[in-house]
Design a protein around this ligand. Structure first.
Ligand code: ATP
Ligand code: MG
Ligand code: MG
Ligand code: MG
Length: 468
């Protein structure tokens, strides 16, 4: 079986042979980029190359980039456990041209790798292009893709943006049809969210820059930025369709099943998937020095950790579990990412401390949730007050409560949650000023409020404010 590690090297070697510099993954915490909480794609480290702000000694690059999509414009946290193709942490294989080659080379590069080197059956592939992009359409036709397998898409799905600002452009995407035994429709159809037609590769024609005020300007250079999920191409090359059935995920799911003394398959499988996924994102973040906290990046980390811990709890684990899975992760990924081995103790300690801490309230919180639901008619939302109490007293991030309720087809009254949060802030402020203890305290609250809403402007407002 071709392992994910082999596929990673095949990809990088292929582009190296085409004159690309092999560049290491940049960190998950982007350097000097306040618009972005975590690196969400391969192009992030090259942002300034595309806009021409920086130049370099190579015009072609290839990388396998660590990505986290758990907040902001690209947020897949809620997809984990529900789709075959989404992770919070994944590796994005990419090739990049900085004003060097453009569409006419990028398309055959991708096609040849897939159909020749990887030997994928052409008749199972289909592609999308941005609706106005006749050039890309014609290139696909020329390469031999039948017209009924070239789909024009008018939505933002085929106009890629890393966030609200930055380089962007129309794109063409390659999909694989896993067959009609799996639910889902082709791209652009109402059922496109299913897992039958899986997007494997996005080839972006970087030619614009998006600004804060909404304007979109053409860039001086025409560049290429592509991204293919290693786990998705891995699933395909290993003869399956599900990322969680690749060699790497099987090993992590085995470890989770072993640590919880449960069956890796059957009904419990979904919990193992969430645990395996969240193990990767949390470990990689901790390895970079992100620690759980109540704001910003640390809070996103805490939310992911606690979510995993609730799933471990459902599997019946009485003792902390997550830290026991770290050796399996290091074994799978430590060679490609030495930071995992170097940070192993920190990762294990951080997971253990958080799980010990959360376990003290998890049981009582879940009991409160169960009790509260007795009075809520089936299909109705949980009140914002109860969700807030879970957050405030029991340390349940809002999205954890939502995740728990989703299994029962319920949601949370998020307006009510926000109102309860605002009311508590107002009360805290009044209590401080009421004591007359210090006018400074009132100023402090104002600063804290402002901090909260400005810390990760744009990209993170959603995460910092909306998804507590
Ligand atoms: P999807 O529509 O399936 O959510 P996307 O369009 O959001 O994917 P892009 O932003 O185009 O994804 O990213 C480029 C590639 O990275 C995708 O074609 C896919 O192979 C991979 N990818 C994107 N998101 C994830 C994820 N959450 N987990 C694993 N791989 C991903
Ligand atoms: Mg997506
Ligand atoms: Mg897509
Ligand atoms: Mg895409």
């Amino acid at each position: 079986m071709t392992s994910l590690s082999d596929i990673r090297s095949t990809f990088l070697d292929y582009y190296a042979r085409q004159g690309h510099a092999v560049v290491a993954s940049s960190p998950l915490v982007p350097r000097n980029d306040p618009t972005l909480m975590f690196t969400n794609s391969g192009m992030v480290q090259f942002k300034n190359r595309f806009t021409g702000v920086e130049s370099g000694d190579y015009q072609r690059a290839t990388s396998s980039q660590k990505c986290v999509r758990a907040g902001g414009k690209h947020n897949d946290l809620d997809n984990v456990g529900y789709t075959a193709r989404h992770h919070t942490f994944f590796e994005m294989l990419g090739n990049f041209s900085f004003g060097d080659y453009f569409k006419a080379e990028a398309i055959p590069f991708a096609w040849n790798l897939l159909t020749k080197d990887f030997g994928i059956d052409k008749s199972k592939l289909l592609v999308t292009v941005y609706h106005t992009d006749d050039e890309a359409y014609d290139l696909w036709k020329k390469i031999g893709v039948p017209e009924d397998r070239i789909i024009r898409i008018a939505t933002d799905d085929n106009f890629w943006r890393m966030g609200p600002t930055g380089p962007c452009g129309p794109c063409t995407e390659i999909f694989y049809d896993h067959g009609d035994h799996i639910w889902g429709g082709p791209p652009g159809s109402p059922d496109e969210d299913g897992d039958r037609f899986i997007e494997i590769w996005n080839v972006v024609f970087m030619q614009n820059e998006q600004f804060d005020d909404g304007t979109l300007k053409p860039l001086d250079m025409q560049s290429i930025d592509t991204g293919m999920g290693l786990e998705r191409i891995g699933a395909l090359l290993q003869g399956g369709h599900d990322n969680y059935e690749t060699d790497l995920f099987r090993a992590l799911i085995e470890a989770s099943a072993h640590a919880t003394s449960t069956d890796p398959f059957g009904d419990q499988n979904v919990h193992h998937r969430v645990i395996a996924d969240h193990l990767r994102s949390t470990s990689f973040l901790i390895a970079e020095g992100v620690l759980p906290s109540n704001e910003g990046r640390g809070y996103v980390l805490r939310r992911i950790m606690r979510r995993a811990m609730r799933h471990a709890h459902i599997l019946g684990s009485k003792d902390p579990v997550m830290h026991r899975l770290v050796p399996a992760l290091v074994q799978q990924m430590g060679a490609a990412y030495p930071e995992l081995g170097l940070g192993q103790t920190l990762i294990e300690d951080t997971l253990l401390n958080e799980e010990v801490r959360f376990k003290t309230t998890l049981d009582r919180g879940l009991k409160l949730l169960d009790d509260a639901l007795v009075d809520v008619p089936e299909g109705s939302d949980l009140s914002g007050d109860t969700a807030f109490k879970l957050y405030d007293t029991f340390g349940f991030p809002l999205d954890l409560t939502q995740d728990a309720l989703r299994e029962q087809g319920r949601g949370v009254d998020t307006d009510g949650f926000k109102a309860a949060m605002d009311a508590q802030k107002a009360k805290a402020r009044a209590a401080w000023t009421g004591t007359g203890a210090s006018a400074d305290a009132a100023i402090w609250f104002d600063i804290a409020d402002k901090q909260g809403s400005t810390e990760f402007l744009g990209y993170e407002t959603e995460t910092a404010q909306g998804q507590l």
